[in-house]
Design a protein. Structure first.
Length: 455
C-alpha cells in the first residue's frame, strides 16, 4: 500500500497523518497475522477456533498468540470479540495470571454484558480473591446472572451458596446444572441430601448423585460414599465397604482418601490393624497437604505405633495440623503443651484448646473450660468463657467429666448452688469404686464451703 505521508500532511496536518499511518500499519499487521489470502473475517474466526482448541489442549501461551491478533481485528463482531477476550482471560487464569484474567473478563463484558462464561469467570475471581479484592456479594451477583444464562459453574456456585440457608434454592440451582450434565454439580447435589445440610436427610438420593459423580470419574464422590458407609448413614456402619471406597479413591490420587484409609488401618476397622501401612498412607497424604494426615502422623509418633516414639516429631506434626485448622490436632497439641510447666506453654495450650473448642471439638471445650475455671493464675481464668464452653461440652456429651467441669465453672462464677447440683450429678454418673470419686468429693466439699476450685 503506497502511502506518501508527506504529501497528505500538507493538507490534514502531520499529527493526524501519523495516526492514519499508524492505523494503516496496524491494519497491515493484523492482515499479516491473520493471513492475507481469503476472507479476513473467516481468518479471524479460524484463529479463534484454533485458540479454543489449544486451550482445550492446555497450551495456553499458544492459544493467546492466536487470540491477540483476533482481538484487534476489525472484521469480527462485538460478540466474537467478547468471546475472544473471555478465552484469553480463561487462558490467563489457567496459568494463575489472575489480574490479566480479570481485565479480560471485564473487557469481554463490555462487548457482551450478559456473556455467561465471562460473568462466571469474574464471579470466581471475586469469590476466591484471585487478582481482585475478595467480594462475596459481587461474586454472588455475577454468578446469579451467569446462572440465569445457563452457565453450569455459576449454577453450582449459586447453589452451594444456598446450602445451609435455603436448601430448596440450593437444590434448584444444583439440579439445573446436574440435569444439563454438568458433572461437578453431582457431588454438591448429593451433599444437599445429607444430615449436615438438611433436617430430613435422604441417603439414597445422596448415593444416587454420588454414584453419578463416580461414573464421571470423581474421586471426591467415592471418598464421600466411604464416609457415609463408615458413619452408618445407610443404617449400620460398614467399615469394610468404607475401606473399599477409600482404597479406590486413594488409588485415584485422593490425599483425603489416603488419610481416611490410614485411620481405618490405625483402628483395625474394616481391615486388619496395620500401623506401618497407616504411617505410609499418612505420609503420602501429608505430601498432598492434607491436614488430617498431619494429625495422624502426630498420633503415630506420640504413641509409637508403626514407628519409634518421638514426642518432638509428634508435636511438630500436631502443630502443622493445628496451623492448618484441624481441630483434632489443635486439641492434641494443646493437651501435649499442658504437660509442660512453663507459663508460656500453658498460654499456648489454652490458645489451641480454645481454637479447637471454637470448632466444636467437645473434648477441647471441656479441657479449655477446666483451665479457664480452675487455673491458679488470675490472668488465665475467665469465668464467663469457662461457663460457656462447659455448657457446650455438656450439650454434646453429658457425663461425669463434663458435669465436673461445669460445676467448676459455676463455682468460678459464684453460683455455688448450681455448682453443688452439677457436682452431685457427676458423682451419680460414676461407680462407687471409681478412682475419680475422691477428687469429685473433694471438689464438692469446696463448693459446699463456698470456695471455687484451684489447681
Amino acid at each position: 500500500m503506497g502511502v506518501e505521508p508527506d504529501a497528505h500532511c500538507s493538507r490534514i496536518g502531520r499529527g493526524h497523518c501519523r495516526c492514519v499511518a499508524g492505523a494503516l500499519a496496524l491494519l497491515v499487521a493484523v492482515q499479516t497475522a491473520l493471513g492475507t489470502p481469503g476472507d479476513p473475517g473467516e481468518r479471524a474466526r479460524d484463529h479463534l477456533a484454533r485458540a479454543i482448541g489449544f486451550i482445550q489442549a492446555e497450551r495456553y501461551t499458544l492459544a493467546r498468540s492466536y487470540l491477540d491478533p483476533v482481538l484487534v481485528s476489525p472484521w469480527i463482531t462485538a460478540r466474537q470479540r467478547a468471546r475472544a477476550y473471555y478465552y484469553r482471560g480463561f487462558a490467563f487464569a489457567s496459568e494463575q495470571m489472575y489480574v490479566s484474567a480479570a481485565q479480560d473478563y471485564v473487557r469481554a463484558l463490555e462487548f457482551h454484558p450478559s456473556l455467561p462464561q465471562a460473568l462466571s469467570g469474574l464471579a470466581h475471581l471475586y469469590g476466591e480473591g484471585l487478582g481482585l479484592v475478595r467480594d462475596d456479594a459481587a461474586a454472588f451477583r455475577l454468578a446469579l446472572k451467569a446462572a440465569r444464562g445457563g452457565d453450569g459453574a455459576a449454577r453450582v456456585r449459586v447453589g452451594v451458596s444456598y446450602l445451609g440457608s435455603d436448601i430448596a434454592r440450593a437444590r434448584y440451582w444444583l439440579a439445573a446444572a446436574a440435569e444439563d450434565g454438568y458433572a461437578p454439580a453431582y457431588v454438591h447435589l448429593a451433599r444437599s441430601f445429607r444430615r449436615a445440610f438438611t433436617d430430613a436427610p435422604d441417603p439414597e438420593a445422596a448415593r444416587h448423585w454420588y454414584e453419578r459423580a463416580e461414573d464421571a470419574g470423581s474421586a471426591a464422590a467415592t471418598l464421600a460414599l466411604g464416609h457415609m458407609f463408615r458413619d452408618g448413614e445407610f443404617g449400620t456402619p460398614d467399615p469394610s465397604e468404607a475401606a473399599r471406597r477409600f482404597e479406590r479413591a486413594a488409588a485415584a490420587g485422593s490425599g483425603h482418601a489416603q488419610a481416611a484409609l490410614a485411620h481405618l488401618y490405625v483402628l483395625g476397622a474394616g481391615l486388619p490393624r496395620d500401623p506401618h501401612r497407616a504411617l505410609a498412607l499418612y505420609t503420602q497424604a501429608a505430601a498432598r497437604q492434607v491436614a488430617a494426615a498431619y494429625t495422624g502422623l502426630g498420633h503415630l509418633y506420640e504413641t509409637g505405633a508403626g514407628t519409634a516414639r518421638d514426642e518432638v516429631l509428634a508435636e511438630r506434626w500436631y502443630r502443622q495440623g493445628a496451623e492448618a485448622d484441624d481441630a483434632v490436632a489443635q486439641y492434641r497439641l494443646g493437651r501435649m503443651l499442658l504437660t509442660e510447666p512453663a507459663e508460656d506453654r500453658l498460654d499456648e495450650a489454652v490458645h489451641w484448646l480454645q481454637r479447637a473448642a471454637g470448632a466444636g471439638h467437645a473434648a477441647a471445650q471441656n479441657a479449655a473450660a477446666w483451665i479457664l475455671a480452675t487455673s491458679r493464675r488470675d490472668a488465665v481464668r475467665n469465668g464467663p468463657l469457662a461457663l460457656h464452653l462447659a455448657e457446650r461440652a455438656v450439650e454434646q456429651a453429658e457425663d461425669a467429666d463434663t458435669l465436673d467441669t461445669l460445676a467448676a465453672a459455676l463455682a468460678e462464677e459464684g453460683d455455688f448452688a448450681r455448682a453443688i447440683a452439677s457436682q452431685r450429678l457427676a458423682l451419680e454418673r460414676i461407680d462407687v469404686d471409681d478412682r475419680r470419686r475422691g477428687e469429685l468429693l473433694a471438689r464438692l466439699a469446696s463448693y459446699e464451703a463456698g470456695r471455687a476450685w484451684r489447681e
